[in-house]
Write a protein that binds this ligand. Structure first.
Ligand code: AMP
Ligand code: ZN
Length: 432
């Protein structure tokens, strides 16, 4: 049931002791990097005076801009000879950041990935198909090495070429996939076009969905269509990539591996800690990385910590589904809206397909939201009255969810652009 029983079920006092020991070592490593040695000096921080986990809060946050400004290697605390790989964030701004790993870091990461996959029921008898981009994106190699460590047959199918993906799933009898939520939805359309019934003609048991925000309604839609269990997978390049937090078979929140990361949840405005159960910004400190530790990294991801322990017996705390990134929050007529709220409403409606796009426009100084969504082929018939009723119902449902009235456009199947990597769900044309 557990990959590493001792660590996964470690009583919390012992776990916290372990964190403190690892944190002290991490600060020693960090101090060797140009970035943190300058920062410690500027802030008058003596790392030898750190006595408790709470003392970590004396160290300032690290933000994405710090990583950009110290590109490529300002946070590196070892030599180029020691490191063996880099990954880079998919950031949409064009300004990339890199993370360096030495062999210890890669081994630690693979082990975390194996732990995640095992905890969600994967065994060495499984066939694992990794349907995400390989390369600088961490989701490819991260899961790949975890799966090999677990001993499962690993298929590096990467993303795209949907028919080949399905052909591989059929011929290799794939039981487990890792896939980005929007691409899991795209494959549903392809399976329909090919006339393949995934419940009868594929061998899938489970899928790991992550790398972008998605709603519980999407999980349900994917589970029902494929006849599988979907487990939420969370991570970010700055913290290795995937393997930071992952659902166990309870499917009720993601265990955050506290022997590798220290978690804080803060109010993004005041930067003060928030209590368990209350939503805030996730902040992480690596405590099992040697080449490039990152301290108190502000993720801009919003979630909360479950106050109660998980029935599975693991003592590492669970975080909730990510509501969204602070950057993705849309402010319309004074109301804060996350794309996942709109997705929740759309994915509950059986007549709708899975692809949608949110467009924001400004007309005569008034902000407008247009939700474009594809209708399932069998509903997209000539019956205009039925489509109009559906459209009106959607406007009403969305208004209940997001408190403003959007325009809704129902589109023909396969008319919106599809993505093989992280989907772009919002097009903000207001500044143009
Ligand atoms: P990157 O480092 O470019 O792969 O992006 C990491 C970001 O992807 C995170 O900070 C989250 O915003 C997002 N992300 C990753 N996994 C999930 C997930 N399971 N649910 C929601 N967002 C996620
Ligand atoms: Zn659990």
């Amino acid at each position: 049931m557990y990959w590493e029983p001792d660590i996964e079920t470690m009583p919390r006092p012992r776990l916290e002791n372990m964190q403190l020991t690892k944190l002290k070592r991490t600060l020693e490593y960090a101090h060797r990097s140009p970035f943190y040695s300058q920062r410690f000096a500027a802030e008058g921080i003596d790392i030898n005076k750190l006595r408790t986990l709470d003392d970590l809060r004396r160290i300032p946050f690290t933000v994405k801009q710090d990583l950009r400004e110290s590109f490529p290697d300002g946070l590196l605390c070892t030599s180029y000879e020691d490191v063996v790989r880099i990954h880079s964030s998919s950031g949409t701004t064009g300004q990339i950041i890199v993370v360096f790993y030495n062999q210890h870091d890669l081994d630690s990461w693979s082990n975390l990935m194996a732990r995640c996959m095992f905890g969600a029921g994967t065994r060495k008898t499984d066939v694992f198909q990794n349907c995400v981009g390989y390369g600088l994106f961490t989701g490819g190699l991260g899961f790949h090495f975890g799966s090999e460590k677990l001993g499962a047959l690993t298929i590096p199918s990467a993303s795209g070429n949907s028919r080949r993906q399905i052909f591989l799933m059929q011929s290799m009898k794939t039981t487990t996939v890792h896939i980005i939520p929007s691409y899991a939805l795209v494959l549903m359309t392809v399976l329909n076009e090919m006339g393949v019934d995934p419940r009868k003609e594929l061998f899938l048991k489970r899928a790991f969905l992550g790398a972008e925000p998605y709603s519980e309604a999407t999980r349900r839609r994917v589970e029902e269509f494929y006849g599988i269990d979907v487990y939420n997978s969370y991570g970010l390049t700055e913290m290795n990539g995937p393997g930071v937090a992952f659902e166990c078979t309870e499917k009720a929140g993601m265990h955050l591996w506290e022997d590798a990361f220290i978690l804080e949840v803060i109010d993004p405005d005041t930067q003060e800690p928030v209590p368990d159960g209350q939503e805030g910004e996730l902040v992480f400190t690596t405590i099992d990385r040697q080449a490039m530790p990152i301290l108190r990294y502000r993720t801009k991801d919003l979630a909360f910590v479950y106050p109660e322990p998980c029935p599975c017996g693991r003592t590492h705390r669970r975080i909730s589904r990510i509501k969204g990134r602070i950057d993705d929050m849309m402010i319309m007529k004074g109301v804060n809206i996350f794309p996942t709220q709109i997705e929740t409403t759309l994915m509950k409606v059986p007549e709708l397909g899975s692809n949608y796009l949110i467009v924001l426009e400004r007309r005569n100084l008034v902000d407008e939201m247009i939700v474009k969504v594809e209708v399932r082929p069998e509903f997209f018939t000539g019956d205009l009255r039925r489509l109009e009723r559906l459209r009106a119902q959607l406007v009403a449902d969305l208004r209940t969810e997001i408190l403003i009235t959007p325009k809704v456009e129902l589109l023909e199947p396969s008319s919106l652009p599809i993505s093989e990597g992280k989907a772009v769900r919002v097009q903000d044309l207001r500044e143009l």
